[in-house]
Design a protein around this ligand. Structure first.
Ligand SMILES: Nc1ncnc2c1ncn2[C@@H]1O[C@H](COP(=O)(O)OP(=O)(O)OP(=O)(O)O)[C@@H](O)[C@H]1O
Length: 771
């Protein structure tokens, strides 16, 4: 600290609190920010100043010391050009209060922080660290808050030192937190020894930052750690694009471009890749480079598929008895199953594992119900969950990858359904409770929306399926593949090793649905007519008129008395004049404008108001909310209005209310308009779909098909015919690199001899260790 103080006095500096970020370019890490000046040795008298420079991870409401020089901009006046900066650790009364009520300390709001300083003085932090019981002198502090604060302070003591150190390299508070969590007090030692380890161990730590630090520390550009980190970085980037592996030559090409240095040859990189493969940092097999988590996930999934396929099916009914059972169900349901549907029911009862596919309205749900009923009848099992208890568990497990898809499955079958994460007991930190050691209990598992399941989740799910369970995978292979890596459903179908039935005949069309007709025309590659119909309209407009068109349509739907949650705008991309961000802003202005009485909170990206429709962006099993859940802001509490003394935003989801604090606001966004990718697994009564040529990079057949099949009652496309027609003719040519088909093939042909060493490794590895 002494050394830092000296440098403060020697160099020009401004110490101050960051008020807002005016501009930020993520790629270049360049920001323009506004600072409230607290102290400076520069010739500057104003209380606020605009500073610009290359920062990463700056936090609003945090104090920094910026080193740089004043500049006079001809248009914007005096600005501060920042060369370096660091987070400021408080030593004054106000500083200690601000620090104590920052996001670092849960449950301490401004009032509590003020009381602490009032009773313990400016040296409060060191006094608490010396003797945590001193907090008992502070009135109105709950025992848990006192204990939590003392514990966090102890943790953060080491943390403060690391924050200051890392900030020299432009590493912000948030990233510093992640780094500290991983290495604790060894963080600095790791950084000095090998900054590239951060790329391996810390999610989101960029190769470029590690490279900058390594250069400053004088590490050679041909250092083996640099090549290793470059490889991991290239693989991680490709996993984000859905690939399970990278062909060696492609990996090499990307690494050469990333590491660009004249003395780095193909042979140096090849040698290094061999070493990385030997110590299992990567897996290199037959010219393919994998991250270990994905190699073992694919391998584990294929092994478990084979294990299940080799287990016998318990089914002792004669064909005649089965015919009778299905006939009785037809009578009960007052329908007659089509040929494909009958085949699907019959085959599912005889198969250990079966895939059921089909477009909208082909009767997938009808068949699922038929399968459950006939399985119940064959095995004389009641379908009523009330007839079971913890000793004798419910035999049917119905599950889906998202909360909304699970809810739909529950509504359409009338049986209990839950998300795969919940089924497997995911608790976020420790991973899944259910696995090969503690498997699921039940007799028949049905997984809906299987096209959304990625390689990692498929591996976890199948590990937990016991030998005596039958499995039905239901999906639509024409929809977008999973957001995570792999194309599990497509690969399983392409392998031809699993029994599968595809339903083609459309039943809902008989009720005259243009939406379903359009979906099937897209699927079959025929040119659809875009004439308006009772459940379909095409409103012609171009990009500049899009915001106006969407808001008008939205408004008129709302004026017809429809619930906000029933009208959904779906768009392919965030940025563009008619992108998701712009549409959300415009719809918020129309639907939920600012009023003097309406409470709101501001973040860097958005303003959230009471009444806003919002989307959850990540899985938070601890709160029971999952990526893709849609809710409404129902209350905003100021910090002085609750016992926790922190600002709170309350969001109501379908069956629960969840409280968000400022640090959680990054996990939500407005949901008037959401991306088509995020809408997978959900359905909405009314879908408004903007399609203009400005989206051309994204417009693909599977994307538009997914969007259209989200609408249940009414679909309104607005935009350009040509853009839409071109989009549905454009196949997604971004083939994902996967080896599931081959893995399965070799096992089914009896060629696979699993390496026992690798199998052991599989036991220890959790894919999420690598995320
Ligand atoms: N064999 C049949 N005879 C008469 N009606 C049927 C038959 N099969 C399905 N239907 C009806 O067709 C409609 C669509 O069926 P279902 O909901 O099962 O299809 P789906 O493939 O699950 O559709 P989506 O994917 O759009 O939810 C329903 O109203 C259903 O009752």
């Amino acid at each position: 600290m002494e050394k830092d103080r000296q440098s403060v006095e020697e160099k020009g500096y401004i110490k101050g609190e960051l008020l807002t970020t005016i501009f930020h370019n993520d790629q270049e890490r360049f920001s323009i920010v506004k600072i409230r000046v607290q102290e400076t040795n520069e010739d500057f008298k104003e209380t606020e100043i605009v500073a610009k420079g290359y920062f990463s991870g700056l936090q609003e409401q945090t104090a920094y010391i910026f080193y740089g020089q004043l500049e006079r901009h001809p248009k914007f006046g005096v600005q501060y050009q920042v060369n370096t900066y660091q987070t400021f650790i408080p030593e004054t009364k106000d500083g200690v209060i601000a620090y104590l009520c920052s996001d670092l300390f849960y449950g301490v709001g401004r009032k509590t922080a003020e009381r602490i300083v009032e009773h313990l003085g400016e040296r409060a932090i060191s006094r608490i660290l010396d003797n945590p019981e001193i907090l008992e002198e502070v009135p109105q502090m709950k025992k848990e808050t006192r204990e939590q604060l003392a514990k966090s302070l102890q943790e953060n003591q080491g943390f403060e030192h690391i924050v200051v150190y890392l900030s020299k390299y432009g590493i912000g508070l948030k990233m510093a937190q992640k780094i500290y969590q991983q290495y604790k007090e060894d963080a600095i030692e790791v950084l000095n020894e090998d900054p590239y380890r951060y790329v391996f161990d810390i999610e989101g730590f960029g190769f470029q930052t590690a490279d900058d630090i390594a250069r400053q520390n004088g590490l050679s550009l041909t250092h083996p750690n640099r090549i290793g980190a470059g490889c991991i970085y290239v693989l991680q980037k490709n996993v984000q694009n859905g690939h399970v592996y990278l062909p060696l030559d492609k990996c090499m090409e990307e690494m050469l471009s990333l590491l660009s240095h004249e003395s780095l040859s193909v042979s140096t990189i090849t040698d290094r890749l061999d070493e990385l493969n030997t110590d299992k940092t990567i897996i290199l097999r037959e010219g393919k480079v994998y991250l270990p988590s994905l190699y073992y996930a694919e391998d584990g999934f294929a092994s478990n598929l084979k294990r299940l396929m080799d287990s016998p099916v318990e089914h002792e009914t004669t064909e005649a008895e089965l015919m009778k059972i299905i006939g009785d169900i037809e009578e009960e349901e007052t329908l007659s199953y089509g040929k494909e549907q009958f085949e699907a029911i019959n085959q599912a009862l005889h198969s250990k594992l079966m895939i059921l596919t089909g477009g909208p309205g082909t009767g997938k749900t009808t068949v699922v119900k038929g399968i459950i009923k006939s399985y119940g009848a064959v095995h004389q099992l009641s379908l009523d969950p009330d007839d079971y208890d913890s000793q004798d568990e419910y035999p049917f497990i119905l599950t889906a990858p998202t909360g909304r898809a699970a809810k739909r499955l529950n509504e359409s079958t009338g049986l209990p359904a839950l998300t795969i994460h919940r089924l497997l007991g995911w608790d976020g930190n420790k991973g899944f409770n259910k696995d090969q050691h503690e498997q699921l209990s039940g007799k028949f598992l049905i997984v809906d929306e299987f096209s959304m399941v990625d390689t990692w989740l498929a591996n976890h799910l199948f590990k937990a399926i016991p030998d005596d369970m039958q499995v039905l995978l239901v999906g639509d292979e024409d929809q977008l593949p999973s957001v995570g890596p792999g194309q599990v459903l497509a690969d399983l179908l392409a392998s031809g090793h699993l029994p599968s039935v595809s339903l083609h005949e459309v039943y809902r069309q008989k009720e005259g649905s243009k939406i379903i007709q359009l979906a099937h025309e897209i699927k079959n590659g025929t040119v659809p007519s875009l004439d308006n119909d009772k459940d379909f309209s095409f409103i012609r407009c171009h990009e500049p008129q899009m915001l106006e068109a969407v808001t008008k349509i939205f408004d008129s739907a709302k004026n017809k008395g429809l619930d906000l949650r029933d009208i959904q705008v779906l768009a392919p991309m965030y940025r563009s004049q008619a992108g998701i961000t712009a549409i959300n802003k415009e719809l918020q202005r129309l639907i939920n404008p600012k009023t003097p009485r309406k409470r709101e909170v501001k973040t860097k990206e958005a303003v959230f108001r009471v009444g806003d429709k919002v989307l959850q962006l990540v899985n938070q099993p601890e709160n029971g909310v999952y990526n893709g859940d849609i809710g409404e802001v129902v209350a905003i509490f100021r910090e002085e209005e609750n016992t926790e003394n922190v600002e709170q935003l309350v969001i109501e989801f379908e069956d629960k209310e969840v409280v968000y604090e400022r640090k959680d606001y990054v996990n939500i966004m407005h949901a008037y308009c959401i991306s088509i990718h995020k809408s997978q697994g959900s359905e909405f009564p009314i879908v408004i779909l903007p399609v203009v040529s400005a989206y051309h990079r994204m417009l693909r057949k599977n994307l538009l098909y997914t969007a259209i099949t989200r609408s249940k009652e009414s679909l309104i496309i607005c935009g350009e015919d040509e853009a839409f027609l071109r989009g549905i003719r454009t196949e997604d040519t971004n083939q994902r690199y996967t080896t599931l088909k081959e893995q399965l093939e070799s096992r089914m042909n009896g060629q696979a001899v699993p390496d026992p060493e690798e199998m052991d490794e599989d036991e220890e590895l959790s894919p999420y260790d690598f995320m």
